[in-house]
Design a protein around this ligand. Structure first.
Ligand code: ADP
Ligand code: MG
Length: 292
């Protein structure tokens, strides 16, 4: 491509709210075969809501929620916010927790009312030797509904399965269709529960899902999607998306995301609307075609 055609292309992109941070991104974008998207905050709004609290025999839902919320009050995860807002609206007591510990990709633990409390994904509880199979049916049902199941244990006993649901952005279904119309494969990479991720992917018509990826596993997920010489564009917003944005053939950050994601990206979407991705790809194809 000539410098002039690239300037025209990037200028046109800027009008569409797409910022090219690297000069060669306009060309590499055109070669993408797969568009891989982070789920939380990229495909979805990133503002989950607590939808279900199902307790084990002998536990009271509001009491368990009080234990959970007291712990999550110290976490900055969006899941924590959804739990705090549910606790507030139910008028559940939140007390100071101690010995708080957060393990990225797993969950949180600490002492509440003098008892050890764990909240997190199934792998978090299993790591502490707590069997979650008593809620296997509920977990499947919640996951199949696109809700992410989480578990709580109090004093070493499984106390509840809860679920959070993060609404899909209104603009996402159209963006996925537009990517398919351009002949691209669409993939999702997420740390979230497999069943919930697959239900959301099915709903959106997404072709491939890599789920339950640990925070440092997204780079490996991107390189796996590269099989058969495919070129991968990765779209993300979070701190833990930064290495994958660098690893991908083209990294695209959502402008509503974290600074580190934006700094790691080749392309930045000014808004959270993913329709900027097919627009940028279509533009890159048109620009390169013009100069041939
Ligand atoms: P993602 O950004 O895809 O949600 P994370 O690595 O932040 O990925 O979290 C992965 C999983 O770890 C979450 O889906 C949840 O199951 C669990 N988790 C992380 N932080 C918390 C928390 N504060 N409370 C409960 N569960 C958590
Ligand atoms: Mg995200």
């Amino acid at each position: 491509a000539t410098p002039t055609s690239i300037m025209v292309g990037t200028g046109r992109a800027a009008e569409l709210g797409i910022l090219f941070r690297k000069g060669d991104a306009l060309q590499s974008l055109r070669e993408a075969d797969v568009v891989a998207l982070d789920k939380t905050g990229t495909l979805t709004k990133g503002r989950p809501e607590l939808t279900d609290v199902i307790v084990s025999d002998g536990f009271d839902a509001n009491e368990v929620l009080s234990f959970i919320a007291s712990l999550e009050a110290l976490s900055e995860h969006p899941i924590a916010e959804s739990i705090m807002s549910a606790a507030r609206s139910r008028g559940v007591a939140v007390v100071p927790a101690t010995d708080f510990e957060a393990t990225p990709g797993f969950g949180v633990r600490g002492i509440v009312y003098g008892l050890e409390v764990l909240v997190g994904a199934d792998r978090a509880l299993k790591k502490h030797g707590i069997d979650v199979s008593a809620f296997a049916e509920e977990a499947e049902r919640l996951g199949d509904g696109g809700k992410s199941p989480l578990y709580a244990a109090i004093d070493g006993r499984l106390a509840a399965i809860i679920a959070v649901s993060d609404p899909i952005k209104e603009t996402t279904p159209q963006a996925v269709r537009a990517l398919h119309d351009l002949g691209l494969k669409v993939a999702m990479i997420t740390g979230d529960n497999r069943r919930a991720a697959e239900a959301i992917a099915r709903h959106l018509g997404i072709d491939e899902v890599v789920a339950e990826v640990l925070p440092d596993g997204k780079v490996e997920a991107v390189s796996k999607l590269r099989h058969g010489d495919r070129r991968v564009a990765f779209i993300g917003d979070g701190i833990n998306d930064a290495p994958a944005l660098t690893e991908a053939d083209v990294g695209i950050a959502v402008g509503t995301g974290t600074d580190i994601a934006i700094e790691s990206a080749d392309v930045v979407l000014m808004s959270g609307d993913l329709n900027g991705v097919p627009k940028a790809i279509a533009l890159s194809k048109a620009t390169i075609r013009n100069i041939k």
